[in-house]
Design a protein around this ligand. Structure first.
Ligand code: CP
Ligand code: NVA
Length: 314
């Protein structure tokens, strides 16, 4: 049912190293697997394969979607955390990877330091998947695009997405995937919370045609967009900055007022977990524009597409 149209993808770290064709292929496989699941149940594309899953930070969606994805594809997952492995303390990232090379068929890791994922990739003979780092969250972006496709169709070129909030890991991956797929990306953030390290310039170097903008006025930013996206103002690891951040982000809440400044057909996305009443109100999150829970379910399908391509023959 699923044919291979691309050269084997090796790792999935930032999206910048993934071609538009590879991204489209993963999304296509994901959509086919979702349909197959609805009509026939599980598909055995990863029978006998094992994914190692390492977590330094908490997770609900990423943990469950990857583990369930492996199960539904006929494989299995082994989940472990910082406490057991002591990565970087009990042994080096390189040694961890060398050991895993001989035991499993893929490694996904959620870490603080993005450089750890790069180090894993350097020593890996199996695919490495970024399950979120301080730098970016590419797996989330796959599900986000899938969710936009559910509303607007497969070809999203010429569409637009406005991320209202912090120039964080999730925003970075959205900027990258939008650039790759011809979707205009806008970050609406308070001054000082733009994407660090002039990330948009990096994206532009990879995708010279990309439409990337930054606004400091969220109302002006959302006037003509297909999707409004939000995330917490305080990412994991930034807890000490919480007070200041909540002050600085006042005025960047996605609420009915902000939605009134957008087009009636604009949809609202959130990667979750949501701090209801902070970055998004109940009225918006539970209202007609929200696609938030379908988006969270698409994590499962997107992960299946990604794993089938990286670890299987899809
Ligand atoms: N959106 C997301 O990655 O959720 P978790 O942190 O719960 O995995
Ligand atoms: N930006 C958030 C995303 C959580 C899925 C964080 O890193 O905590």
């Amino acid at each position: 049912m699923i044919s291979c149209v691309i050269e084997q993808m090796n790792h999935f770290l930032t999206l910048l190293e993934t071609s538009p064709e590879e991204i489209r292929h993963v999304l296509e496989v994901a959509a086919q697997l979702r349909q197959h699941r609805d009509e026939h149940g599980d598909a055995d594309l990863l029978r006998g394969k094992t994914l190692a899953m390492y977590f330094e930070k908490p997770s609900l969606r990423t943990r469950v979607s990857f583990e369930q994805a492996m199960y539904e594809l006929g494989g299995r997952a082994i989940v472990f955390g910082k406490q057991e492995v002591g990565l970087g303390v009990r042994e080096t990232v390189a040694d961890f990877t060398r050991v895993m090379n001989g035991m499993v068929d893929g490694i996904m890791a959620r870490v603080y330091e993005h450089a750890w994922l790069e180090e894993m990739a350097e020593h890996a003979q199996v695919p490495i998947v970024n399950a979120l780092s301080d730098h970016c969250h590419p797996c989330q972006a796959l599900a986000d695009i899938m969710t936009m496709q559910d509303d607007f169709g497969e070809d999203l070129s010429g569409r637009s997405l406005v991320f209202v909030g912090d120039g964080n890991n999730v925003a970075r991956s959205l900027a990258a995937i939008c650039a790759k797929l011809g979707i205009a990306f806008t970050l609406a953030c308070p001054a000082g919370y733009e994407l660090a390290g002039d990330y948009l310039a990096t994206v532009r170097r990879v995708c010279p045609e990309a439409e990337l903008r930054v606004f400091n006025d969220p109302r002006a930013a959302v006037e003509q967009t297909d999707a409004i996206y939000c995330d917490t103002f305080v990412s994991m690891g930034q807890e000490e900055e919480k007070k200041k951040r909540l002050r600085d982000f006042a005025g960047f809440q996605v609420n009915e007022d902000l939605l009134a400044a957008a087009q009636p057909e604009t949809i609202v996305l959130h990667c979750l977990p949501a701090y209801r009443g902070v970055e998004i109100t109940n009225a918006v999150m539970d209202g007609p524009a929200s696609r938030v829970f379908g988006q969270s379910h698409n994590r499962l399908h997107a992960q299946k597409g990604l794993l089938a391509v990286l670890m299987g023959q899809a």
